[in-house]
Design a protein around this ligand. Structure first.
Ligand SMILES: CC(C)(COP(=O)(O)OP(=O)(O)OC[C@H]1O[C@@H](n2cnc3c(N)ncnc32)[C@H](O)[C@@H]1OP(=O)(O)O)[C@@H](O)C(=O)NCCC(=O)NCCS
Length: 171
């Protein structure tokens, strides 16, 4: 499979922040921002591999700034690193006061997507290569982040097995 640059997968979505998506503080629901993040990141992953993908994991998302009603929210994402079947995607969300032009980064996140066949089994993806300084920084840090995810996944699987499927679970 032909290698592709990080920039090939870039996906961007800008939306107005309007009342159905805001809480009683007049700011965007955290869950709505996470939904934008997952949506744009998935488009970047599919653009890179041109295969169906599933979200395997989302690293922690810190809400750094409130996103006010009437402002815009711009979410951009691109693939930073790949292994065999998985792709790491970096996402940055920027809010803008459209009247003043002031912009703030309100969240960043890393998500991992896995390319799958029609039976939802993992399939290989093309390699990605960085070009800009920022892309190189993200690419070089990815193996360590992937290793941390592997450890976290093992821990969470053991945790899930410990609590099982029975309800009420606290017995
Ligand atoms: C993600 C999924 C396809 C992995 O399938 P699997 O049979 O467990 O496959 P493997 O353990 O062989 O992992 C395949 C790849 O996924 C990666 N992976 C699996 N779980 C991961 C996780 N939680 N975080 C990051 N990467 C993960 C592995 O590192 C591996 O990457 P590589 O091939 O590049 O080395 C499977 O767990 C799944 O379908 N999960 C549900 C996905 C889903 O429904 N998402 C929507 C939100 S609920």
């Amino acid at each position: 499979m032909e290698k592709k640059p990080c920039s090939h997968s870039l996906a961007v979505k800008t939306s107005h922040v309007l009342p159905p998506d805001t809480n009683y503080h007049g700011t965007l629901f955290g869950g709505t921002l996470m939904s934008h993040i997952d949506d744009v990141a998935a488009i970047a992953a599919v653009r890179h591999c041109r295969k169906a993908v599933v979200t395997a994991s989302t690293d922690s998302v810190d809400f750094l700034e409130p996103v006010k009603q009437g402002n815009s929210i711009c979410v951009e994402a691109f693939v930073t690193w790949t292994r065999n079947t998985s792709m790491e995607v970096f996402v940055k969300a920027v809010t803008e006061d459209l009247l003043s032009g002031e912009r703030k980064v309100c969240a960043t996140a890393f998500l991992t997507f896995v390319a799958v066949d029609e039976n939802l089994r993992p399939v290989p993806v093309p390699e990605v290569y960085p070009e800009s300084e920022s892309e190189k920084l993200l690419h070089e840090g990815a193996p360590l982040r992937a290793e941390r995810r592997r450890e976290r996944r093992k821990y969470n699987r053991e945790f899930a097995e410990r609590f099982g499927t029975s309800y009420p679970w606290n017995k």
